[in-house]
Design a protein around this ligand. Structure first.
Ligand SMILES: Cc1ncc(COP(=O)(O)O)c(C=O)c1O
Length: 489
């Protein structure tokens, strides 16, 4: 394929007079355009819209779709993101007209089916969490964190307690401290110990009557279960604080243990991770939160409730609620897919997910640990963090070079440079949906790279249409409107 051709925009394929379709002749009298649209809103010359043939349009979009990596096309071991296969059955069911043609402002009486589904989802998520009160509103994990911290703030305010501090481990995802700051708290960082777990003594020393919440990820971002979780939750509760569980890693424990049972008071789910909502490139997502009963009054309103007569309704009458965190009732398309997934698997199936996810990660770890340093463990949960520190020191090959070279082998890169406590981190999460053959091929590629010329790795990927974009420039100087290729060269 001509790489340049495949990345040309439709504007660049423009040839005057080319057509894909002919519109039928108008069957209403023509109106002068400036009678319909005020003059000041009209362009002074015709817009330079592309004129292209149907085959140009078709090839353009089909070729573009092949430039991307996706779970449907490639192994995607992006740690912490749980890029598991998205069953196509969900797509079919989520696009049933009874679902996609609903309007969120329809009266409850006309949306009973959807309300029943959402109520069921609240119930399932409450049961899986061991935390019975659920809001489906947040659109992603990060928004779930913020919503739950607002709930905690409202709770302490209501109790007349001035608690201003949120404690966050240094291995946490960056959204944790960001959410705490946005919710108005001061963030205190808790160190990790030499095993990659929460440093218990450091946590103890930093707890005080001003502690509002300790945010913990379990299993943590090193792919390790916090062995002292019961002691941790106890000492936080002993000072009157709440435990927030970052549920991004639920895939490792779903159906095996419940955050509420090991002491969490609030948590978010990433439905787009654990329950197969398709995601990537920033969305879409769903980050419902589950909390203990005593926090339920503060949850975002409305919640879906079941009336005594068996009908369902949206309950807006929640005077202590923190209010809406999102329009309407959440990201319904993703919640529907998650609901179908949970219903399809049932309790036994959910247990199998975590078992298989942990098994796959440990298998991959066993294949790689003699070749790559894995600072925190012989064993892992659903993911592990290798380090390219030695490659960097001895061959000037960085985690980024390795990640980029994997693209040449037809694999999506693992997560790199996270968690921050592991230098040159390569965080790998194979998920339960990958076969032994895929994991073997992936490990072979990583091992083969060890003997490849560093120059090749530093230049990788060499087989793709786009090689090494300047990511900092792209983030700092985004080009958000079309300009011709010529003017950019
Ligand atoms: C550990 C952890 N916490 C929180 C988040 C935030 O979740 P989301 O991307 O759904 O906002 C992520 C995202 O990858 C994560 O890995």
């Amino acid at each position: 394929m001509d790489k340049r051709q495949s990345t040309q925009l439709l504007f660049e394929l423009h040839k005057s007079g080319r057509r894909s379709h002919r519109l039928p002749a108008s069957d209403v009298p023509a109106q002068p355009i400036d009678k319909l649209i005020p003059k000041q809103h009209l362009a002074d010359k015709p817009l330079p819209l592309p004129e292209v043939a149907e085959s140009d349009v078709l090839r353009h979009f089909v070729n573009l779709s092949t430039l991307n990596m996706s779970v449907d096309t490639n192994f995607y071991p992006l740690g912490s993101c749980t890029m598991k296969y998205n069953p196509k059955r969900h797509e079919r069911l989520a696009s049933l007209s009874g679902i996609v043609n609903l309007h969120p402002l329809q009266p409850d009486a006309s949306t009973q089916g959807m309300l029943e589904l959402l109520y069921g989802m609240q119930e399932y998520l409450g049961e899986i969490a061991g935390l019975p009160a659920v809001s489906l509103q947040p659109s992603a994990g990060a928004q779930g964190e913020l919503a739950a911290l607002l709930v905690a703030a409202a709770y302490f305010r209501d109790k007349g307690q001035k608690r201003t501090k949120v404690l966050v481990p240094d291995s946490a995802h960056g959204t944790n401290p960001a959410s705490a700051v946005i919710a108005g708290f001061e963030v205190i960082t808790v160190k990790s110990d030499e095993h990659g777990l929460v440093d218990f003594n450091d946590l103890k020393a930093k707890l005080s009557p001003e502690t509002a919440v300790f945010m913990i990820t379990n299993p943590n971002t090193c792919g390790l279960f916090e062995t002292k979780i019961l002691e941790i939750t106890k000492i936080v509760h002993d000072v009157g604080g709440l435990i927030y569980l970052d549920g991004a890693n639920m895939n490792a424990i779903v159906g095996r243990t419940r955050p509420g049972d090991f002491g969490a008071d609030m948590m978010h789910y990433n439905v787009h991770k654990t329950f197969t909502g398709p995601h990537g490139a920033g969305g879409p997502g769903a980050g419902p939160i589950a909390v203990r009963d005593f926090l339920a009054p503060y949850l975002p309103a409305p919640l879906v409730v079941k009336n005594n007569d068996g009908t369902y309704a949206l309950d807006f009458d929640r005077p202590k609620s923190v209010g809406r965190v999102r329009s309407f009732n959440g990201n319904i398309g993703i919640l529907v897919r998650g609901y179908i997934y949970i219903r399809t698997l049932g309790p036994e199936g959910l247990k199998e997910i975590s078992e298989q996810a942990v098994l796959n990660a440990n298998y991959l770890l066993a294949l790689l640990k003699d070749h790559y340093e894995v600072p925190n463990g012989d064993r892992c949960m659903h993911e592990f963090v290798a380090s390219a520190r030695k490659d960097r020191r001895e061959r000037r090959v960085s985690a980024m070079d390795i990640a980029k070279r994997l693209l040449d082998y037809g694999f999506h890169a693992p997560t790199v440079y996270f968690p921050l406590i592991v230098p040159e981190a390569l965080m790998m999460e194979p998920t339960e949906t990958e076969s032994k053959e895929t994991l073997d091929a992936f490990a072979d590629a990583l091992i083969k790279m060890k003997s490849e010329d560093p120059a090749l790795l530093q230049a990788a990927p060499t087989t793709l249409a786009i090689c090494r974009p300047d990511e900092a420039k792209a983030a700092r100087e985004p080009i958000l409107k079309w300009t011709s290729l010529e003017s950019r060269l």
